[in-house]
Design a binder for this molecule. Sequence first.
Ligand SMILES: NC(=O)c1ccc[n+]([C@@H]2O[C@H](COP(=O)([O-])OP(=O)(O)OC[C@H]3O[C@@H](n4cnc5c(N)ncnc54)[C@H](O)[C@@H]3O)[C@@H](O)[C@H]2O)c1
Length: 281
Amino acid sequence: MTDGLNRLASKVAIVTGGASGIGAETVRLFANEGAKVLIADMNEEGGRALADELGDAVAFQKVDVTLEQDVVDAVAEATDRFGSLDIMFNNAGFGGALGPIDTTSVEDFDITFDVLVKGVFLGIKHAAIAMKPQGSGSIINTASVAGLQAGYSPHLYSVAKAAVIHLTKTVALELGEHGIRVNAICPGIIATPLAAGHPKTTDEQLGKLKKALGKGQVLGRIGDPSDIAYAALWLAGDESTFVTGHAQVVDGGAHAGRKWSKQGDWITAERPIKMYRPEGR
Ligand SMILES: NC(=O)c1ccc[n+]([C@@H]2O[C@H](COP(=O)([O-])OP(=O)(O)OC[C@H]3O[C@@H](n4cnc5c(N)ncnc54)[C@H](O)[C@@H]3O)[C@@H](O)[C@H]2O)c1
């Protein structure tokens, strides 16, 4: 990472899920751009290690985003330690329940929605309480292209991410009147432990994942956490102050449709043009 341009100078951020993957890369980028950052994650080992590595501008707090008191405490810690809360990145997540609908239990449903929807709701709620009096703030929620189109992910994950996109929009309309912007990011497939299916995924395993899945992508690669971190940086900073209620797709073209070379010969083959032309033209 090259030296930042202080695009987040004097801003304070909370990054949920900041101990790993997209969140960890965002913590690094935000700190490099001059922000003070609180990592809010259940993963104490990873979160503390990252905070220790990045120095006094970054702290860790153990937080389960499904528990309201944990989220309240995280907001209090950020404002007490660093003086304000300007950026709330509601990013913590997991893959949720897998498998066919007829074997999905109510417990699977509840835990999936608790983390992916209730966790985002609580982050928005308590960020809003801190941000309203100051009349400014940027709230960013990690959704997914799975929330825009079926067939990318398991049932409940897709539906939960669709809910995050809609919650982003409904709340943006309310909080805009208080100077607070609310946006979502919809990543495509990103090389993180979540995508690899295990929280302790090694760099070598991530390399294999990138190689296996990259070829089928429009741009010839899957995403890196930094692809999402840079989108979060833009939405967090003052270069996007006219943007709210937006679901920013960052997916290497996946949501646009099928890669050209996979669209079938009848579309891609070169043929002489036989076009109907009105008489005399
Ligand atoms: N990786 C992808 O392909 C991809 C694609 C689209 C969306 N996303 C979304 O991006 C976000 C980040 O995922 P990632 O890919 O970086 O995965 P990751 O597994 O690397 O990181 C997720 C982090 O969230 C934390 N977390 C999980 N449940 C939590 C809870 N209840 N409270 C606090 N922290 C919790 C984990 O400890 C972990 O540090 C998630 O919301 C995920 O759904 C990922």
